[in-house]
Design a binder for this molecule. Structure first.
Ligand SMILES: [Zn+2]
Length: 70
């Protein structure tokens, strides 16, 4: 059985894999991903303000804005 839609399916955001990570040398695969806050990594603990997610398909890193889920 496959869940087509569940009640909180709108949670998160559909974001495209753009592979815009610095120095990654990857253009991303263009996949449309359902990204939830838990998927977002950041470097706040080291004084940075970057937020990004890793594409599960191609492994590229795509940066997102801080307020993506606000
Ligand atoms: Zn990708």
């Amino acid at each position: 059985m496959k869940v087509i839609k569940k009640k909180n399916a709108s949670f998160g955001k559909k974001l495209a894999c753009k592979g815009s990570g610095f120095g990654e040398g990857m253009g991303g695969c263009g996949a449309l991903l359902q990204v939830v806050p838990a998927d977002i990594s950041n470097n706040l603990s080291t004084g940075g303000d970057a937020h990004w997610f890793w594409c599960p398909l191609c492994g590229a890193k795509t940066f997102v804005s801080y307020n993506t889920f606000k």
